[in-house]
Design a protein around this ligand. Structure first.
Ligand code: FRU
Length: 481
């Protein structure tokens, strides 16, 4: 049996019941998932592929899993799309992207092979074309070989092609490392998808932003250009970046003629514990939507009982406001709202529950009005034993998530902090919860913190605590899919 067929049969037989997986976030049918791949619209539907190893809950030879949606909430599982079954991708089909063309749905991915001496890997860019279910790798693969890179650029770290088309020309940005172990993004162009030319370095770490830039994405938005990438080996910096792998963006202007990008950055994309390798797509209605792997490479954990591992973020709409990216949950979520509960100007002094404010699959908005206090705390997914704590420290203007008591049985990172952006005495917190995750959007998406939790589902409570006296407005909807 061929390698792809084997994966398809395996996932069919071993599929984990949807009842024990998050309701409206993408998770693998079985096994392991990391980066989102091939996020693209094809024949009117949104396709999301992902790095996938169906056979275990740990990373392994990379396949591409595949799901399709029409509204970002209900996802239809399709058979695995790619498997490492060719001489040019025998060590794995690494991350890449997708685009709709006249020839079909084109996937561009990194084919990984062993170096001739068998010691290291080399990475080249390959293409598969399909009909939305089945994809065929083209005979011309690899279409972009590391030999096209200038002397000294890494052939071992050359991956994650993101494709787009502009004025009749195809472009690809890919992640790379230069001879000094610094991250960079390299640019290629092609008139026909098959013959590619190297065009130069689009952006570079310039000495302080990590050793290798993974999963670049590059697009125009609100009159500017945005470069997203996920640098490895970053050093923590204030509340902006944490040690290890981060996802960042640069904001600036792109000169199409000279193919140069002048920008400011890096800026953090998500301040939570779990967010990496985001990828975007452009919707027919003009919205730029981003999805990421809700996980950090350095804090990998899932309960031993789980036969699946890895969650995608809920897709987010991107906008630029005041020279920063703003992220908001895709508005389609509102179509699944039920059980509306609203409170206005309610006092919190000490600890307090609110009738009807509880659950593990909900959209919960809390607006804190001016008041006399130092700390305001919300405990989510709470019962006698568990809670996920969100602390707003007004004096320090810091928002903190803490998942120490959220079902963790490993010593992985549990606390993350960000600047809260307390304005005119108010702050707006919006939580998207879905069984195993909390995505917190602060002040309409100026700051986002995404966190995976493994708290047993019986823990449903939401407790509000204030060390002074405040009033809050609360609006909650359960999400029923
Ligand atoms: C990012 C990444 C990519 C690579 C893939 C392999 O998380 O390391 O650079 O293509 O994962 O699974």
């Amino acid at each position: 049996m061929d390698i792809l067929e084997k994966a398809r049969q395996y996932e069919d037989i071993n599929r984990v019941s949807e009842k024990v997986r998050p309701l409206f976030h993408v998770t693998p049918p079985v096994g392991w998932v990391n980066d989102p791949n091939g996020f693209s619209v094809y024949q009117g539907k949104v396709h999301l592929f992902y790095q996938y190893h169906p056979y275990s809950t740990g990373w392994g030879p990379m396949h591409w899993g595949h799901q399709v949606t029409e509204d970002f909430v209900r996802w239809h599982e399709c058979p695995a799309a790619l498997a490492p079954d060719k001489s040019y991708d025998s060590e794995g089909c690494f991350s890449g992207s997708g685009i709709e063309t006249d020839e079909g749905h084109v996937l561009v991915y990194t084919g990984v092979t062993k170096e001739k001496d068998g010691k290291g890997n080399i990475q080249n860019q390959c293409i598969a074309i399909g009909d939305g279910i089945n994809y065929k790798k083209i005979p011309a693969n690899p279409v972009i070989s590391g030999d096209m890179l200038p002397e000294g650029f890494s052939r071992e770290d050359f991956r994650d092609p993101k494709i787009w088309k502009e004025d009749g020309i195809y472009y690809i940005v890919a992640g790379n490392r230069d001879g000094n172990r610094e991250g960079q993004v390299v640019l290629f162009a092609s008139e026909d998808l098959y013959n590619w030319n190297y065009k130069g370095v689009l952006a570079h770490s310039r000495g302080n932003v990590g050793s290798m830039w993974e999963c670049p994405d590059f697009f125009g938005l609100d009159g500017k250009h945005v470069l997203i990438c996920s640098p490895q080996d970053m050093e923590a910096k204030g509340y902006e970046f944490h040690s290890g792998n981060n996802s960042v963006y640069y904001l600036g202007n792109y000169d199409k003629e000279s193919m140069t990008f002048s920008s400011t950055g890096p800026f953090a994309l998500d301040y939570g514990l779990d967010f990496y390798a985001p990828q975007t797509t452009l919707m027919p209605d003009g919205r730029r939507i981003m999805v990421a792997w809700m996980q950090s490479w350095d804090s990998i954990f899932a309960p031993a009982s789980h036969k699946w591992h890895g969650i995608m973020t809920f897709p987010r709409e991107l906008d630029i406001e005041n020279n920063r990216l703003i992220q908001r949950p895709a508005r389609e979520l509102e179509n699944y709202y039920t059980n509306k509960v609203i409170y206005k100007d309610e006092v919190v002094e000490g600890s307090r529950y609110f009738d009807g404010i509880c659950g593990r699959a909900m959209d919960l908005a809390v607006e804190i009005n001016p008041g006399t206090f130092h700390e305001f705390i919300i405990d989510l997914a709470r019962n006698e034993k568990y809670y996920t704590r969100i602390v707003f420290n007004k004096d320090k203007d810091i928002i903190e998530t803490d998942r120490t008591f959220s079902g963790m049985v490993r010593d992985v990172a549990c606390i993350r902090r960000a600047r809260a952006g307390y304005k005119d005495g108010t702050i707006k917190l919006r939580f998207i919860m879905d069984y195993n995750s909390v995505e917190l959007f602060v002040n309409n998406g100026e700051t986002v913190l995404s966190t995976v939790i493994y708290t047993p589902l019986e823990a449903q409570g939401v407790l509000f605590t204030c060390d002074g006296r405040i009033t809050v407005n609360i609006e909650k909807y359960d999400i029923v899919v």
